[in-house]
Design a protein around this ligand. Sequence first.
Ligand code: NAP
Length: 370
Amino acid sequence: MKSVGFIGWRGMVGSVLLNRMREENDFLKITPHFFSTSQSGQYGPTINNIVFKNLKDAYNLNLLEEMDIIITCQGGSYTDTVYSKLRKNNWQGYWIDAASTLRMKDDSIIVLDPVNLKVIKKALDNGIKTFVGSNCTVSLMLMALGGLFSNNLIEWISVSTYQAASGAGAKYVIELLKQMGSLYNVVSQDLSNELSSILDIEKKISQKMKDNDFPLKYFSVPLAGSLIPWIDIDMGNGQSREEWKGQFETNKILGSKSKIIIDGTCVRISSIRCHSQSFLIKLNKNISLKNIEEIIVSHNKWVDFIPNNIQETICKLTPSAVTGTLKIPVGRVRKLSMGDKYFSAFTVGDQLLWGAAEPLRRMLNLLINI
Ligand code: NAP
């Protein structure tokens, strides 16, 4: 059995990955080794009733080089520190990564096998050893609209995202919950008094967000009761890096010959888990809504087409309905007043599953069987 080293297994993506591997009995197919950047020597996870004691040091190259496969959900600075040293030492193992660091490299493949299995298989045949998960909104968009991409129907997409706090990591979710608690605490008595004025409540909440003790260590501005229309670094051309990834990663995943144009605005909102996206899509020919639905649904078994009515939309097309599932609902599909080739769509997906852990787990399974 192949030795597989896990780094970053206790973070948001890592713990979802471990849970999925438990559910699918993947641990029976490998010999796992657990590493930590901060807790070496301490207790690791429990897998199949076995407690993994004595976590290994994630910076010990000798130990890492013993692995056939390394799967890391630790983050970009860890990849920056360790990956090139291992390759310089001529380590020939497979590297699977959730971080964006290596996505742009020519000798890495961005993995999302329901969309690009052919690209992955060709890369394996060509001896590629580095496989990276895509940006979460890109994976979720391709799972939702994959049928339109594979039928070469898209001229361009304009997207607005509504991204959950957990997309930024565990510490950010904790801070969002602290912000929510802080806002609740300042008005909890007013809320149970029927005579309270809503404007007084709103004033207290707005003031609390400006107070020095409001928890802002990670987000740096309020997210609870607000939103943040910027994710990741500034590309210097008005675009955020999250926005830039949309077009670059989509075209790399698809191995597109002619570039598909994708741009938009990425926004952090105060949902806990699941990213949502609103698309304005221009097709390169006029096709009926019925046809669009058939093409979307036939692409993969996780897509769930939600009819464009109030009840099904509010019950099935929300983060709270989708969290913790592999479902990719697509709804709000309608032709737009701009013309016959323009239509809208809205999708929600669990960015910790299809947006991060699941493509990595499936890539690991492809490698186990080599
Ligand atoms: P994360 O939750 O911040 O976890 C990363 C590491 O932080 C953990 O492995 C752990 O490492 C350490 N850590 C520190 N405090 C922690 C705490 N309270 N709880 C758990 N872990 C804690 O990061 P992540 O969101 O999983 O992201 C990992 C990588 O995946 C990043 O490169 C990210 O960009 C990428 N990614 C994330 C998402 C997403 O939706 N979150 C989606 C796609 C890609 P030690 O055990 O070594 O201390």
